[in-house]
Design a protein around this ligand. Sequence first.
Ligand code: NAP
Length: 490
Amino acid sequence: MTEDSTPPDHDVVIVGSGFAGLGMAIELKRGGREDFVILEKADEVGGTWRENTYPGCACDVQSHVYSFSFEPNPGWSRMFPLQHELLAYLRRCADKYGVRPHIRFGTEFSGAEYDDARRLWQVRTGDGSVLTCRALVLGMGPLHKPNIPDIPGLSDFEGPLFHSAEWDHGVELDGKRVGVIGTGASAIQFVPRIAPRAARLSLFQRTPPWILPKPDRAVSSLERRLFERLPLTQRAYRTSIYWRLESRFVAFEHPRLMRVAERLARLNMRRHIKDPELRRALTPSYTMGCKRTLISNDYYPALARPNVDVVTTGIQEVRADRVVTRDGAEHPVDAIVLGTGFHVTDAMERLPLTGRGGLKIQDAWADGIEAYLGTTVTGFPNLFLVLGPNTGLGHNSMVFMVEAQTRYIVGCLDLIDRRGGRALEVEDTAQRAFNDRLQGSLDGEVWSKGNCASWYLDSEGVNRAAWPGWTWQFWLRTRRPRPEHYKVMG
Ligand code: NAP
């Protein structure tokens, strides 16, 4: 191998400027590392909270924990943050921590190849240019490629049609007959907003979600003043919410315990839905938690409206101005909104990455996507994934996982420096043992035992998305990299 010591353009390239990318950038700066650039395809930071602007868009995790631990926001207006508040929060973080000058807006990541000889990554961008860096951090988020369902005739629909993550605000839905396909986390937030305005709303449901009441309320001005003047009170509040959420994991590990929460959800439905036929249609047949458990106070009341139909017969086809269901019924619609979710495991499978010795990530992942601690991948030196495989949660805040991972990544860079090396790669044995144990734990948990199909599972039915443990266990394991699990290369 020939040695070429030309320095790379940047020490670190980060892709994405949502919670993951910004969190990474801030952690680098806190560690005194300033030589990095962020590639951001859009013209603003914010990731998912910039992209998703559908009516009613909010987070279903409490504001005080769905934020960086080092940057509490005493000003949250509600217990659960609204999309625009989260976006404003991320913008403030980018400014306050001096991240903005590092961001190349309007620059899309289009792939990367590892240069073995120079031990650096060559990162390609949408405009055809190439950047070199020592370490590459992917923080694109697991839920960013809209899933457009493969329904016959969908492209022949003549009215407006858009996905919830690409909401077309130019389309007037007032007084229109609107068809909504999907009943996941996004749909249950926008359906209550458009139902009162539409002439008719036909909701095409394939699988009903479990829905619990949302313990939301405005944060009083007194509380806000208290949090501002005595930051310790907000920290204590955050800690109490964290442990409350964390305790729910016991039911993910022991799915039988979900029955208690299922009873609560049924009671909640009974309160709002008086029609027993509709209640039957809305009652899930799988164990709660198998798909993401949703929270809402206005979804069921919206479905009880006289102008809303819940259609549970599967869709056969879409025609120019209607949706036809398998029972032959025709549902005329003027517009269709897709609340059909995202490509998750299959989006990762398509990552355009070539590692050491020309190894394509698709070949490395021929048996399924996996990483070590959701972060590093054998054969891909100095590649770091934030919110990579098996880091997803059903019970707590993803921002906690982002912080654990970004601190771990800086720990990896420190390890390389301490050893006087240029790159680090996780040992195959470490990655293997980690994933064997992880899949073993997942076997008994609700995602496998709950009798449902979900985006946590890949096409083989293997859970590639969820972290199978308590989040504090992830935190403990990512406190610092264990040198015996890595080879450091000079
Ligand atoms: P989702 O939860 O994956 O829901 C997609 C919905 O579309 C499901 O009801 C699914 O039915 C249906 N669907 C998909 N393909 C279909 C087809 N071909 N025909 C008919 N129905 C189809 O997607 P999402 O609501 O966008 O949420 C995705 C994830 O984003 C969530 O799980 C959550 O992690 C995150 N999210 C979070 C928040 C938050 O507040 N934190 C808000 C929104 C989203 P099946 O169930 O039968 O597959």
